[in-house]
Design a protein around this ligand. Sequence first.
Ligand code: HEC
Ligand code: HEC
Length: 227
Amino acid sequence: MNNMHTSPPVNNDLNRLFLGAVCDRESDDARLQTAPTENKHITDLVDESENNRVRNYMKKAMQFLILISTITATSALLASGGIDGGGNAMSPVTNEKWKVECSGCHMLYHPGLLPERSWLKMMNGLDKHFGENASLDVATRTEITNFLVANSAGKSTNRRSSRIDQSIPNNVTPLRITETRYFTSKHDEVSPTTFKRKSIGSAANCIACHKGAEKGDFSESQIRIPR
Ligand code: HEC
Ligand code: HEC
């Protein structure tokens, strides 16, 4: 009898198990019934992801084309010296008085080779210019000073002038380009004996090796060291 008493729960359990199986089967049926629409949905998804893949591929291809044309345009710009001195090279600036007064004893040094404070100091001490008297009347001196300042290293937007300006500490006012860290770092492979050659004279005679120096052209293709 005791067994009889315990049997119903077992039956119940069995029932529950059975019902559970039926329920599962029912839900399977339900799933099967929804399957066609679900499948259709999946197919749509597949189509959509295929479309996305094509779209992504087109997008990447476009981005690549834009990148390539940007690179081409940029290198063309750099090769041409950039817009208004904004590239690597200094603009070939000039002034008549500067050309006459500052080329008598040495080559013309491009204004972009030194910062404003250097030119001001130099132009205010022309009577003692590296052991020479290079004095000028006030009007001429003012005009040349203005020209040098307007095109000085800190004012020019080209990369070379900016680098020169940045290489000079704020509390230093060099009068020699050849003493700037920029100059020494660019010429550490040129030996001091090379600079002393008769055909060169000194490191300050840029034009002996840089044909375009007076125009501010120091590009590597223009360098030739004379024997
Ligand atoms: C009377 C001759 C004379 C005149 C004119 C003259 N200079 Fe000089 N300049 C010198 C001498 C000498 C040196 C030193 C050269 C050396 O030691 O290699 C020098 C050096 C320089 C240097 C430094 C070069 C370096 O990096 O070592 C600059 C910059 C310079 N002069 C600019 C000018 C400017 C700008 C003018 C016009 C306002 C001018 N000079 C006119 C004689 C002159
Ligand atoms: C004896 C020849 C000689 C003289 C003089 C000389 N240079 Fe140079 N310069 C060179 C050589 C060689 C290089 C290239 C060094 C390298 O690429 O390693 C160079 C590199 C440079 C560069 C860097 C070029 C670049 O695009 O990388 C600048 C700027 C420059 N010189 C400026 C000057 C200036 C300014 C003067 C004068 C004050 C001067 N040089 C005098 C030989 C000379």
